[in-house]
Write a protein that binds this ligand. Structure first.
Ligand SMILES: [Zn+2]
Length: 180
């Protein structure tokens, strides 16, 4: 069993829909920390970690340790992107695929962080559903609400549709999966 959860930020007019094996309140705590930049995203490895005095904590084998997270600076990430773009001309085919994906991902993330408006409001748990098909349901729901996807949100699975609509879609998808 796992949960499909819907978090709502009324002020920002956004919802987040995800699936988790943990309690949805754990996800709420985590998302709230990301939103309030208590957790920050490393400019080098792009992982989220609890900040220490506004900087990334030491984390193994990453030169982003001790540096500013993406929320407070993008210089390291931009340097990484420039290096990759320079290297790509001399890479063998097998490395090329990895580097191309990385460049695409970094470009997208940097664009979002630069354009991202201020983070208003707080996140609340709006609804959760316990089901055996949580992860599959999450996938279908994301597809059904694709037109509402907020691509500029600092984390994934954020949508601009009304929570009532999302709840109806989630209930419908779960009912269909459970009746199969
Ligand atoms: Zn890192």
């Amino acid at each position: 069993m796992a949960y499909v959860y819907i978090l709502e930020n009324k002020v920002a007019g956004r919802i987040k829909i995800g699936a988790t094996v943990n309690h949805p309140n754990d996800r709420l705590l985590d998302i709230s920390r990301m939103w309030r930049v208590i957790k920050g995203r490393c400019q080098i490895c792009l992982n989220w970690r609890m900040l220490v005095d506004g900087r990334m904590p030491d984390h193994v084998q990453c030169t982003g340790s001790g540096e500013l997270p993406l929320e407070y600076g993008t210089q390291l990430a931009e340097e990484q992107l420039a290096d990759l773009q320079e290297q790509i001309q001399s890479l063998s085919y097998s490395d090329l695929n990895f580097a191309t994906k990385r460049i695409k991902n970094l470009t997208k993330i940097l664009k979002n962080y630069k354009e991202n408006p201020s983070r208003l409001g707080v996140w609340e748990l709006r609804a959760s559903f316990k089901t055996d098909s949580a992860y599959l349901a999450e996938e279908y729901v994301h597809l059904k609400l694709e037109n509402y996807l907020d691509r500029k949100a600092p984390f994934g699975e954020v949508f601009s549709c009304p929570p009532e609509k999302a709840i109806a879609v989630v209930e419908n998808v779960i009912a269909q999966l459970e009746n199969q």
